[in-house]
Design a protein around this ligand. Structure first.
Ligand code: SF4
Length: 291
């Protein structure tokens, strides 16, 4: 297999094999993100992707899960994606899971018929960054997505039967918009009702517009206590829809994962313990570190 540039995959996909389908991210503007700033977005030639799939077969006797990288692979034309998924299914009859990154806008731009065809061909899960439900924060971070668009994209994925994991970022509203950010994010998650939620605490990545804003004072970092209070608010106010909560990202102050709402009380006890007992809550500002 050949991989170009820095490679990212969700920590949840640690056991999956990776096939590179796109290079970079077609959005590439989000102010907090430096994942693909060194790559100009393009799709790889189909023959190269097929060659990698065949090469993977020679190396691995049993492959149950494949994650398609790089950034929002779902932006590609449906016919192109179908060819890749069908090739994977033909090469790995044992495959159980094919997943990829997608913007909610990429889901929105496809028809339910197209998404259903992709699901029937073998795509099981998409990982989408919601980041925030606060319209102002979405604008500030240059996400190029509105709440309405997020809702439309999610409705189509649900209609097609594609499982969606949404990531959100604690602290993305900064010190001054913490409350608005988490209230609007929780409210939107309760509308979207994703099958999985992966919250992570903000970190400031080197070379990003966010880093420049922190240095100039235009963005005031939240405190660790605010990060924990945001998670407490989220856990208290998420609706009673079944979903898996991946609260164990390496950036997070509190670490937990399990089913919601079944484990809500246990998670809240853990957050409250962190709020009262973790010395980090005495700090006046969130200390950030690279991913
Ligand atoms: S956060 Fe996601 S959509 Fe935004 S630039 Fe980074 S990879 Fe692209």
């Amino acid at each position: 297999m050949r991989y170009e540039g820095k490679i990212y995959r969700p920590w949840i996909e640690a056991d999956s094999q990776l096939i590179q389908v796109t290079l970079g991210c077609s959005i590439n503007t989000c102010t907090f993100c430096n994942m693909f700033r060194d790559k100009k977005f393009r799709r790889r030639p189909l023959e190269d992707i097929f060659a990698d799939i065949e090469s993977m077969r020679r190396f691995y006797r049993h492959v149950e899960s494949i994650f398609l990288i790089d950034g929002n692979v779902m932006v590609l034309k449906t016919d192109f994606l179908l060819k890749i998924v069908e090739k994977i299914r033909a090469t790995f009859p044992e495959i159980q899971n094919i997943s990829l990154y997608s913007g909610l806008n990429d889901l929105r731009r496809k028809t339910v018929k197209e998404l259903t065809a992709l699901r029937e061909a073998g795509i099981t899960t998409v990982y989408a960054g919601l980041e925030s439900g606060d319209e102002q924060v979405l604008k500030d971070i240059l996400k190029r997505m509105t709440r309405t668009q997020a809702i439309e994209g999610m409705e189509k994925a649900k209609a097609a039967g594609i499982r969606v994991l949404l990531s959100v970022i604690f602290g993305l509203g900064g010190h001054d918009r913490s409350r608005e950010h988490i209230e609007a994010t929780t409210e939107l998650l309760n509308i979207l009702k994703p099958e999985e939620i992966a919250p992570m605490a903000l970190t400031v990545q080197p070379g990003t517009p966010l880093e420049a804003d922190v240095q100039s004072g235009a963005f005031k970092l939240p405190t660790p206590l605010q990060i924990l209070e945001e998670e407490k608010y989220l856990l208290q106010n998420l609706g009673d829809f079944d979903h898996y909560y991946w609260g164990d990202h390496g950036n997070n102050i509190a670490h937990m994962r399990g089913w919601m709402p079944r484990h809500r009380d246990m998670f809240l006890d853990h957050i409250k313990d962190q709020i009262t007992g973790n010395p980090v809550t005495q700090k006046k500002v969130l200390e950030t570190a690279p991913w």
